[in-house]
Design a binder for this molecule. Structure first.
Ligand code: ACO
Length: 435
């Protein structure tokens, strides 16, 4: 990989109102190109670009995650996702994403120990969770509780103080899974529990979700390892909707907890992380409806029907999502090891096969995304459907933190897009009796 992260070589020319404007074309370390339009408004006399959904807009330069959607490649800090999922563990990947390099043994052990040391939350947080009705969705609880952390810890970090920055990071990594597990326990009406420092991160997550008051919880190693791999696969995905939300909130210098709370809310939507819940609901619906996958493929293709094949399609991947490929293979292994047989896995495979053969999905390059098979594994681990997106959020936390840290360290300006106004031209107020 080349050392310099941006090279300026070519120029792009834009003609606006008969005036030729030149812009540098920047090339990233993997060869991607971006026209740098930073001077467009100033040089053109106020003209802006229009790009709803930012389909063509790079909002930042980043050294964290690389995706090649055409070829189905995903790298964290240069390391292929498949290698990390095979060989690493979630906290090592978290360290890599946040601090840029794989940790030494000493750095890793300190990081794990520091996170464990922060694995509890202020007892007063229980009063806040008590205020939620049991019907509250766990993602709503997680978002609110993350925001509520601001009441107990300093809101702003001095970025020149590396120790302070490190502390807030390990603090959040320690507390966030507790809040996620509590969101589920609240829903079940179970007493709120804490982590056990003898267990690892994912073992603790399982313990905090499933432990019952009358018996000690024994972690199933197959389940803990499967959950660890899923968290790694979800740990970052460059400038997606929730990450952009975290960066945008963070760009106003609101605190880390406020930014992450916003990221959780963005992730919740069914077009984003909420799709993992929606996939399972869809598969269950197909099963109850007799298992006719073609009927649902036809519905997804019908432009008069709002139904979409959940877990299919991606803004960036126009090829098989490498995370989905890994999870699909891994699902077979986990279900076999846990001795779980799930008819929804067979429906998912049949649905995928039929969709990939279909001209509609081929023409639009729609492939299974990370959410298509992840829910099958969560289900085999006994995790309720409404908690799937919480699992995603716990996995994504290191990525959000890394992106927030990078944005602040690069001293990026406050995020503030422009618009093209198409509303009414100036007019005069009309009194209510004359309207
Ligand atoms: N089912 C049926 N048709 C689809 C699907 C789908 N899942 N996804 C896209 N299409 C079609 C669209 O109707 C559109 O067709 P057209 O060109 O005839 O109008 C075309 O494919 C392009 O789709 P867009 O919506 O323009 O693509 P975009 O990049 O904006 O959306 C998205 C990407 C939101 C992921 C979309 O594919 C989708 O809604 N998928 C289902 C939800 C989902 O699985 N989300 C999880 C994404 S991964 C993640 O966030 C972790």
């Amino acid at each position: 990989m080349k050392e310099s992260n941006i090279m300026e070589e070519e120029k792009a020319v834009l003609v606006v109102d008969g005036k030729e404007l030149e812009f540098p074309v920047r090339t990233g370390t993997m060869g991607d190109k971006a026209i740098d339009i930073k001077r467009l408004r100033a040089d053109s006399g106020g003209v802006v670009t229009l790009d709803p959904g930012y389909k063509n807009t790079a909002s930042t330069v980043s050294k964290i995650t690389y995706i090649n959607g055409e070829e189905g490649v995903l790298l964290y800090r240069g390391y292929p996702i498949e290698e990390l999922a095979e060989k690493s563990d979630f906290l090592e990947v978290a360290y890599l994403l946040i601090f840029g390099e794989l940790p030494t043994k000493a750095q890793y052990e300190k990081f794990v120990a520091d996170i464990k040391d922060k694995s509890f939350v202020n007892e007063e947080m229980k009063n806040i969770i008590d205020g939620f009705p049991r019907s509250a969705h766990p993602m709503g609880i997680l978002s609110s509780m993350t925001s509520a952390l601001t009441a107990f810890y300093p809101v702003n970090v001095d970025f020149n103080d590396k120790e302070e920055l490190y502390k807030i990071i390990v603090r959040l990594l320690g507390k966030f899974p507790i809040l996620g597990a509590w969101a589920m326990r609240k829903r079940n009406g179970w007493p709120l529990t804490y982590a056990d420092s003898r267990l690892n991160y994912t073992g603790n997550l399982l313990k905090m979700m499933f432990e019952k008051p009358m018996e000690p919880y024994k972690v199933n190693e197959v389940s803990a390892e499967a959950l660890d791999k899923l968290l790694i696969l979800h740990a970052d995905h460059e400038q997606n909707c929730s990450t952009s939300t975290v960066r945008l909130i963070g760009s106003s210098h609101a605190g880390l907890f406020a930014a992450i709370s916003g990221g959780v809310s963005a992730l919740w939507g069914p077009l984003h992380g909420g799709a993992n819940q929606a996939v399972l609901e869809m598969l269950e619906q197909i099963r109850q409806d007799g298992g006719d996958v073609q009927k649902y493929i036809n519905k997804a293709k019908d432009k008069n029907d709002p139904f979409r094949l959940m877990g299919f399609g991606h803004r960036v991947y126009k090829n098989y999502d490498p995370r989905a490929r890994f999870i699909k293979q891994y699902a077979d292994k986990v279900l076999a090891e846990l001795k779980v047989s799930d008819p929804l896995l067979d429906i998912a495979k049949t649905l995928e096969e039929a969709a990939l053969k279909d001209e509609y999905f081929q023409a639009r390059k729609l492939f299974p995304n990370v959410d298509f098979y992840s829910g099958i594994i969560y289900r085999a681990l006994g995790i309720p459907t409404e908690m799937f997106t919480v699992m995603f959020a716990i996995g994504r936390l290191p990525g959000w933190i890394a992106q927030w840290k990078e944005m602040r360290e690069n001293k990026e300006p406050i995020g503030r897009p422009r618009q093209l106004y198409v509303g009414s031209t100036p007019r005069h107020y009309v009194p209510i009796d004359k309207r």
